[in-house]
Design a protein around this ligand. Structure first.
Ligand code: NAD
Ligand code: UD1
Length: 340
C-alpha cells in the first residue's frame, strides 16, 4: 500500500517514513520544506535502502496536491504538515490558522475527491484543558487552549470528526502526542529546530554541545517532587511506530478515534538534565529562572487505550532518549546544515 506523508521531511515525519518503509509500505512525501530540509529524506533512503517519492509543494495547493493523488494510488494519509511553535502562534495567529486549518481542509477535500478515506492526524496533548486531574485519558476535558497553535489542533480534531461522521467509510485516528524527544539511533535523523529552541530537549543538547551558554530552568517552585515541571517524554521512534499501529487500526474501523501517545511516566526538568549528563558524560549548565507563562506543573498520559486497542506501547527509556538526542546533536552540531 502507498502512504502519503504530508510534512514527511520534518522531525516526526522523517522518523515515520523510516518505520513505514521498514514495514514495506511505499511512501510518498509532500512537504513545502518551510521548517525542514530535503537532506532528511536522503538520509531516510540511506537508512532503509528505499527512497520516498518526494514532492516539494504546499498541502494547501489544491492543484499540486490533486496531481500527487492522480499519480499515485494512495491508500492512507498521515498528516504531519503544519506549523508548531507555540510562541510564534501567539505573534502570528493568522499564519497558524491559515496553514494548519487550510492544509487539513484542502487535504480532506482532495482525499475525498480521490476516494481516499483513511487518515492519521498529528494532534497534541495541548488540546487538553489545563485543569484536568492527571493522568490525562482520552476522555479528559479538552479546550481552553492557551494559544492559537493549540486551538488549531483542537479545531482540526473537530473538523476531522465531523467529516468522519458525515462520510461513510471514512476513518481517522487523532493521535495526541505528549512530548516527543530523541532521535534515530543511527544519529542520522533528528530534530533540527531553527533559531533558539522552545522545547526542553533540543535546548539541553545545544547547551551540552556548547551552542548555548546555559539552560534556563523555568521555575523550581511547582508542586512537583523537585519543584520543576514534569512532562511525559517519549522517544520519537516509539512515536513513529505508533503511526504504523494506527494505520493498522484504520484498516478495520470506521469513524474518528482518539489515542494518547505517551509513556504514562512523568519526568521533571532536573531529572532530565541529570539523566542527560549521566548517560552522555557531558555537562549541562543551568540556572533557575522565572516560570514560563502558560506552563503547567505536571502533564502525563494515561496510555491504556493505545496499549489495548492499537497494541502499541512506548518501549524506549529515558536513557535511550538522552543518548540518541546526544548522538544526533554531537554528530550534526548544525543539524542538517552539517551536510549530507
Ligand atoms: P516539523 O516542523 O519538523 O514538521 C512539520 C513539517 O511540515 C515540516 O517539514 C514543514 O516543512 C512541513 N509543512 C508545514 N506546513 C506545510 C504546508 N502547508 N504544506 C506542506 N508542508 C508543510 O514538526 P514535527 O515536530 O515533526 O511535528 C509534526 C506534526 O506533529 C505537526 O503537525 C505538529 O504540530 C505535531 N506535533 C508535534 C509535537 C512536537 O513536540 N514535535 C507535539 C505534538 C504535535
Ligand atoms: C510545549 C508547548 C505545547 C507543545 C509541546 C510540544 C508551551 C506552553 N507548551 O509543551 O503546546 O505541544 O511543547 O511541542 O509552550 N523548560 C525549561 N527550559 C526550557 C524549555 C522548557 O525549563 O528552556 C521546561 C518547561 O517549563 C516544561 C518542560 O521543560 O516544564 C518541557 O517544556 P517543553 O519542551 O517546551 O514542552 P511543554 O511545555 O510540555
Amino acid at each position: 500500500m502507498t502512504v502519503l506523508v504530508t510534512g514527511g521531511a520534518g522531525y516526526i515525519g522523517s522518523h515515520t517514513c523510516v518505520e513505514l518503509l521498514k514495514n514495506d509500505y511505499d511512501v510518498v512525501v509532500v512537504d513545502n520544506l518551510c521548517n525542514s530540509s530535503e537532506i532528511s529524506l536522503r538520509r531516510v533512503a540511506e537508512l532503509t535502502g528505499k527512497a520516498p517519492c518526494f514532492y516539494r509543494c504546499d498541502v494547501r495547493d489544491t492543484a499540486a496536491l490533486s496531481d500527487v493523488f492522480r499519480r499515485h494510488e494512495i491508500g492512507c494519509v498521515i498528516h504531519f504538515a503544519g506549523l508548531k511553535a507555540v510562541g510564534e502562534s501567539v505573534q502570528k495567529p493568522l499564519a497558524y490558522y491559515e496553514n494548519n486549518l487550510g492544509s487539513t481542509m484542502t487535504l480532506c477535500r482532495v482525499m475525498l475527491e480521490h476516494g481516499v478515506k483513511q487518515l492519521v492526524f498529528s494532534s497534541s496533548a495541548t488540546v487538553y484543558a489545563g485543569n484536568n486531574p492527571m493522568p490525562l485519558s482520552e476522555e479528559s476535558r479538552t479546550g481552553d487552549c492557551s494559544n492559537p497553535y493549540g486551538w488549531t489542533k483542537y479545531m482540526c480534531e473537530i473538523i476531522l470528526s465531523d467529516i468522519a461522521r458525515a462520510t461513510p467509510g471514512f476513518s481517522v485516528a487523532l493521535l495526541r502526542y505528549f512530548n516527543p524527544v530523541g532521535a534515530h539511533e543511527s544519529g542520522r535523523l533528528g530534530e533540527d529546530p531553527s533559531g533558539i529552541p522552545n522545547n526542553l530537549m533540543p535546548f539541553i543538547s545545544q547547551t551540552a554541545v556548547g551552542q548555548r551558554r546555559e539552560l534556563s530552568v523555568f521555575g523550581n517552585d511547582y508542586d512537583t517532587p523537585d519543584g520543576t515541571g514534569v512532562r511525559d517524554y517519549l522517544h520519537v521512534v516509539d512515536l513513529a511506530r505508533g503511526h504504523v499501529a494506527a494505520m493498522d487500526y484504520l484498516k478495520a474501523h470506521e469513524g474518528a478515534a482518539v489515542f494518547n501517545l505517551g509513556t504514562g511516566r512523568g519526568t521533571s526538568v532536573l531529572e532530565m538534565v541529570h539523566a542527560f549528563e549521566r548517560v552522555n558524560g557531558v555537562a549541562v549548565p543551568y540556572r533557575i529562572t522565572e516560570r514560563r507563562a502558560g506552563d503547567l506543573a505536571t502533564v502525563y498520559a494515561d496510555p491504556k487505550r493505545s496499549e489495548q486497542i492499537l497494541h502499541w506501547r512506548a518501549e524506549r527509556t529515558l536513557e535511550d532518549m538522552c543518548r540518541d538526542s546526544w548522538r544526533w546533536q554531537s554528530q550534526n552540531p548544525r543539524g542538517y546544515q552539517s551536510g549530507d
